[in-house]
Design a protein around this ligand. Structure first.
Ligand code: FAD
Length: 394
């Protein structure tokens, strides 16, 4: 068969992995990404240099492994830090305690990893492949899936491009333009919600002796029902932390001024200020880092005929409480290419089967992610929680 021209829209983790899967199968792959190259310090906007530290799980690692590129998997794993369980920070009988809760009796763990680092490793690998071209600062502005034509706007002011393709993979995130244009030819069910939580990122530096300030092999949680603070370890002995709280709580903090931000943390999240973050740093980071919403999206189908498919957040953006948004997106890639390999002469059938199998799975992970907020922010505090978990597991 002659090589196909595969256009991938979005060079986030999911689009980059999808491009790799297509490239190792010998397709001609063109990737178009709205942002400048995140590996280029001269062109990346300053506010994008702070990345999310996320939990990479077996679901995602397995999808990387199935590229058969062992050195790529090794390069990714070198950049991860194992988290063997949660560390719960609570007040018990008037005393601040840290209580570990292991994830798995046999030692299985989650891996903390910087999202930008993962993305860079995938892009570096793509760049070495002769059948791949990367186009940054290009915005997808139109697609006609019936004629297999796409329109892209180069952000340097050059004229709009008209691009023919055999197959388009849309991995352009929660606000996907590919999904928007696909909806014009497919009766796509679509549901989107913003939950009543915002998030704000914080940075916990190493101790003056250059050690981790709290035990590193854990996902740290300060559970407070309507709000919670979490921290994941980085290889440089820092932690990336996130405050999740309701819109009202954020609004009250915004209105109440600096002293109350520190007081809020002291009351709700024991041991954070000043031991992990100084009051000045806390206020600085709270006021300068964005307070961002959390979206959850379900839709189906994920494809149109044989010409296009959406993957990752474009298909099923989810709240981050189950740590599976990106992992599920990486799994989409593995499942999609399993079907494409199974039906090499009939892409329409492969895509039909992909949507059929993937829709209930993605919807289920989406629901679990919503439910897991309660597990993290409330249930982990109760001793009964551990009994219930034990009964479930035995
Ligand atoms: P994105 O990462 O959003 O990438 C989409 C790309 O498409 C972007 O680079 C964008 O610039 C580009 N693009 C957009 N529009 C266009 C256009 N018109 N033309 C061209 N390009 C375009 N997931 C986990 O698995 N584990 C975790 O622990 C975890 N923690 C999280 C914590 C937080 C606070 C948040 C917010 C998310 C977390 N996630 C986690 C979710 C994870 O970040 C996302 O699921 C993942 O980034 C989705 O990857 P993607 O490639 O599908 O989309």
């Amino acid at each position: 068969m002659s090589p196909k021209k595969v256009v991938v829209v979005g060079a986030g983790p999911v689009g980059s992995l999808a491009a790799l899967y297509a490239a190792v199968r010998g397709d001609v792959v063109e990737i178009y990404e709205l942002r400048p190259d995140l590996r280029d310090p001269d062109t990346m906007p300053l506010n994008f240099s702070k990345s999310i530290n996320l939990a990479l799980s077996e679901r995602g690692i397995n999808s990387l492994r199935k590229t058969q590129l062992d050195d790529l998997v090794a390069a990714v794993l070198r950049e991860t830090y194992p988290m063997h369980g949660r560390m719960i920070h609570i007040i018990k009988k008037g005393k601040y305690v840290q209580e570990p809760q292991l994830y798995d009796a046999r030692g299985k763990c989650l891996l903390a990893m910087d999202r930008t680092t993962l993305n860079k490793i995938l892009l570096d690998r793509l760049e070495t492949m002769p059948n791949v071209t990367l186009h940054f600062s290009h915005k997808l502005v139109g697609v006609d899936f019936r004629k297999n034509l796409a329109w892209l706007e180069p952000l340097d002011g050059a004229p709009e491009l008209e691009l023919p393709f055999d197959f388009m993979i849309g991995a352009d995130g929660a606000h996907s333009a590919v999904r928007y244009h696909m909806m014009k030819c497919v009766p796509m069910s679509y549901q989107q919600d913003y939950i009543d939580k915002l998030w704000c990122q914080f940075h916990i530096p190493p101790s003056p002796e250059k050690h981790f300030r709290i035990p590193p092999h854990y996902l740290h949680i300060w559970p407070q029902d309507s709000s919670m603070f979490i921290a994941l370890p980085n290889l440089d002995k820092t932690f990336t932390a996130t405050l999740f709280a309701t819109r009202d709580e954020f609004a009250a903090l915004d209105k109440s001024g600096s002293t109350n931000i520190v007081e809020f943390f002291k009351t709700k999240f024991p041991g954070v200020v000043p031991d992990l973050i100084t009051p000045d740093e806390l206020i600085k980071q709270y006021t300068s880092n964005a307070h961002l919403p959390l979206i959850t999206i379900k839709c189906t189908p994920y494809h149109f005929s044989s010409s296009g498919v959406i993957l990752g957040d474009a298909a099923h953006a989810m709240v981050p409480f189950y740590g599976q948004g990106m992992n599920a997106g990486l799994e989409d890639v593995r499942v999609l290419f399993d079907f494409l390999d199974k039906y090499p002469e009939d892409r329409a059938e492969a895509l039909r089967r992909y949507t059929e199998q993937r829709t209930p799975d993605a919807h289920a992970i989406n629901d679990l992610a919503l439910r897991n907020y309660k597990e993290m922010a409330t249930d982990v505090k109760s001793p009964l929680y551990r009994v219930r978990k034990w009964v479930e597991e035995t």
